[in-house]
Design a binder for this molecule. Structure first.
Ligand code: ASP
Ligand code: MG
Length: 440
């Protein structure tokens, strides 16, 4: 495949599959001039949710029957292969009813049927329009992941040879592989999903392995905006982001991208494009950073809780920060943010983790005479952009005064505020960092 032109990877999210004629246009356009194209598809909108519901009610044959009926109804015109995937789903659900142990790999196996069925459905539509599409299941192809079911990571060294060979062969014949997103095959040989929204990550991973010219993530409604338009009506599209900015954005809760999507693209220098079918003018290109860009994006994470830990003589106790982090890590508590001064540590975490955190920290009240305050209800407002640290002086005084904690790096500036002030602070920061900046 190496002497051929590098392919374009086109990934369609569940909602963007709603209108197969649009998908067809996109595929035709990408193939014009004989360019090789790989399509990655996620399950149709709502199908992964339906399948999770079925797994959560392992004994309920009525729910399973309803889910199956719905899946069938949403995928008319399947080929024999697609119908086999549906029957397989029916059998897996039956197995679940009979022995309702829900191990994580079993769950992933069931969830993966959504993509398999969607791929067949899409392939049939593309073929009907004379596109030489061929369905490919990523686990059979050899997209290898670790064994963390439900949130697995792609293992690139292990995956590359088989993926290049398998897709290269199809591309060399002028065919259009349509690959399932969302999952691969674990080291143990079982199906492992990449976490919700994982088709973006799968597409970026395949693009990296193939040395793609670019990977286009086609969404139906969403685009990468300067903030969530439901919270900030003045939000606007962001034309360009660096890999690092996009990564921060995904980590700080912009739901438009799976957080692991950026890394493979960055590591292999593959350009990512996020597009919205609803508004073709809205395209965000994610690539290497450039010093002449000053894009800012804002995110709001909530509900969160803040716990204050006062450690008298904190600086005299070397390693206290490490000790706190270690205790939390052992209790599997994920810190969203940590602010420290010498005798005060402020921990920001999800509400569901508060009890475990308090339990993990309890011994410190004895050993270090620490005092715990909270939990307090907070929201985390984060401004992201290369060089954002220089914007600190634009943050309104009223916002600073209401802050429960503040952290800043050259790329992300994040402020914990009382939960009820979250939206107001988000809008205030959007005004000074996005709206007023572009007016000047
Ligand atoms: N179908 C999966 C999900 O809904 C993967 C994806 O959409 O990217 O999470
Ligand atoms: Mg989906």
């Amino acid at each position: 495949m190496s002497r051929r032109r590098p392919p374009i990877v086109l990934k369609f999210g569940g909602a963007s599959l709603a209108d197969p004629s649009r998908v067809l246009l996109e595929v035709r356009e990408a193939r014009s001039g004989g360019r090789p194209v790989v399509v990655v598809a996620s399950a149709r909108e709502g199908v992964t949710d339906l399948l999770s519901k079925a797994v959560e009610r392992p004994r309920s044959d009525t729910i399973h029957a309803a889910v199956l009926a719905e899946v069938r109804q949403r995928h008319p015109g399947l080929s024999p292969v697609g119908r086999r995937h549906v029957r397989r789903l029916a059998r897996l659900l039956l197995d679940l009813e009979q022995s309702p142990v829900r191990d994580a790999a079993m769950r992933d196996r069931i969830l993966s049927q959504g993509e398999r069925i969607a791929v067949d459905w899409l392939v049939e539509r593309l073929r009907a329009a004379s596109v030489p599409a061929v369905g490919v299941e990523a686990d059979h192809l050899g997209l290898i992941t670790d064994n963390t079911y439900g949130a697995s990571c792609i293992l690139f060294d292990r995956s590359s040879p088989a993926v290049r060979r398998g897709l290269g062969r199809l591309l060399a014949r002028g065919q259009v592989p349509v690959v399932t997103g969302y999952f691969g095959r674990s080291l143990e040989g079982r199906v492992a999903t990449l976490g919700r929204g994982g088709s973006d990550y799968a597409a970026a991973g395949l693009g990296a392995i193939l040395g793609a010219e670019r990977v286009e993530l086609v969404k139906r409604h969403v685009a990468v905006l300067s903030a969530d338009p439901k919270e900030v009506p003045a939000a606007r599209a962001i034309p360009e982001l660096s890999y690092e900015e996009a990564e921060e954005l995904a980590q700080f809760g912009a739901r438009v991208l799976h957080p692991l999507t950026i890394e493979p693209a960055r590591a292999h220098g593959i350009v990512l494009q996020v597009r919205s079918l609803d508004d073709p003018r809205v395209v965000t290109t994610i690539g290497p950073s450039r010093s002449d860009r000053h894009n800012r994006a804002l995110t709001l994470l909530r509900p969160l809780r803040l716990i204050r830990l006062r450690v008298p003589g904190g600086r005299q106790r070397p390693g206290i920060v490490a000790e706190v982090s270690q205790r939390l890590a052992l209790a599997k508590v994920n810190l969203v943010q940590l602010y420290t001064s010498s005798a005060l540590l402020c921990l920001v975490l999800a509400p569901g983790e508060v009890l475990a955190a308090l339990r993990a920290l309890a011994p410190l009240t004895q050993e270090a005479a620490a005092m715990v305050e909270g939990p307090f209800r907070v929201a985390l407002v984060t401004a992201i952009g290369d060089g954002v640290l220089a914007d600190v002086d634009r943050v309104p005084a009223a916002v600073v005064r209401s802050a429960e904690g503040f952290s800043a790096t050259p790329r992300a500036l994040s402020i914990a505020v009382p939960e009820e002030r979250g939206v107001e602070v988000l809008r205030a920061l959007h005004r000074v960092l996005v709206e007023e900046r572009s007016e000047t």
